[in-house]
Design a binder for this molecule. Structure first.
Ligand SMILES: Nc1nc2c(c(=O)[nH]1)N[C@@H](CN(C=O)c1ccc(C(=O)N[C@@H](CCC(=O)O)C(=O)O)cc1)CN2
Length: 305
């Protein structure tokens, strides 16, 4: 009886090590690609994955009939991602693909910029602490000194107070630019950052800088959108997370959200009601970006749920 028990423990140990050895070999990868549409793209990608021993865990694709562009996102487990990368690089050339492949276990490096209103910053930090947002916050930049420092310390993220005046705007932005390079930032989040970024910087951040605008764009662009909406007598207010481009508040839209309001709501009430919409919309957009679910499609986007 004892020998049976010992054998059972021995067998379980072997199984555990075997599982460990297998799981230590395979890694989870995310492949995101776009290319001119043509027949055979999915077959070619999935066929290469199968021949490389990849196991697909999630896949979405979309062909835009207007732009005639094809978009695909594949999550998969594979033992040798480097070998697959080499083979896929060859395949991608025959389809003129724009693609990226990364290890899903590596959190994206994100820099957050904030000004006076920090409700979106607080929400992003909280959702990161919960594990809802799997991102590596490499720094928090504020041009206002007040609460952002205390909040950053709570999260343990490096805080950079970069004040700005009319005469120091260019220098201040140069320091942000340097920080993006030094920290190897992948995504820049403007969490109610109330400074217009230069054309040069926005061009260099195309497709990886997101802003939360506190209106349902294209309505009420520019400053004080809630007050504009109140004067217009709207019955819905909203928020829009969009890519940042040189054209203020015109960037491709990633996520939007709305809430009803009534005739009795003052402009201040709209500001208060809007905070939770902004938080919800920006966090959804950041989650989509860090999970490689967002694709630029001309002036629009493709966002895979
Ligand atoms: N190049 C871009 N920069 C920014 C964008 C954008 O789409 N393209 N979005 C804005 C956010 N924003 C509205 O959501 C916004 C921010 C700031 C201003 C503005 O007039 N700022 C003044 C300074 C105001 C101040 O000091 O309080 C300025 O920069 O001269 C308008 C709209 C973020 N940046």
């Amino acid at each position: 009886m004892l020998s049976l028990a010992i054998f059972a423990v021995y067998r379980q140990t072997l199984v555990a090590f075997d599982l460990l050895s297998v799981s230590s070999m395979s890694s989870s990868q995310i492949l995101a690609l776009s290319c001119p549409d043509r027949p055979g793209i999915v077959a070619a990608v999935t066929g290469l994955l199968q021949s490389a021993g990849g196991n697909i865990t999630e896949a979405q694709q979309y062909n835009d009939p207007q732009s005639d562009m094809f978009f695909m996102r594949v999550a998969f487990d594979i033992d040798d991602p480097l070998a697959f990368r080499g083979a896929f690089d060859t395949l991608s050339k025959s389809f003129n693909m724009d693609w990226r492949l990364r290890d899903a276990s590596r959190a994206k490096r994100v820099l957050i910029l904030v000004s006076k209103f920090d409700h979106c910053l607080v929400d992003l930090l909280y959702r990161t602490r919960l594990g809802e947002l799997d991102m590596d916050i490499v720094g928090i930049v504020s041009n206002h000194p007040r609460d952002a420092l205390r909040i950053s310390n709570l999260h343990g993220a490096p805080f950079y107070h970069l004040p700005i005046t009319k005469s120091t705007k260019a220098d201040q932005e140069a320091r942000i630019d340097a920080l993006i390079e030094e920290t190897d930032t992948e995504i820049v989040v403007l969490a109610r950052y109330m400074q217009i970024l230069s054309d040069d910087l926005t061009h260099r951040l195309i497709g990886r800088c997101v802003n939360i605008h506190h209106s349902f764009l294209p309505g009420f662009k520019g400053a004080r959108p809630y007050h504009q909406a109140h004067r217009r007598g709207v019955k819905m207010i909203g928020a829009t997370a969009h890519f940042v481009t040189p054209d203020l508040d015109e960037g491709p839209i990633i996520v939007q959200g709305v809430e009803p309001i009534t005739h009795a709501d003052t402009a201040a009430r709209l500001v208060a009601k809007g905070r939770s919409i902004e938080q919800r919309v920006l966090s959804r957009a950041v989650k989509a970006l860090i999970e490689d679910r967002v694709f630029l499609n001309g002036a629009r986007t493709v966002v895979f749920d």
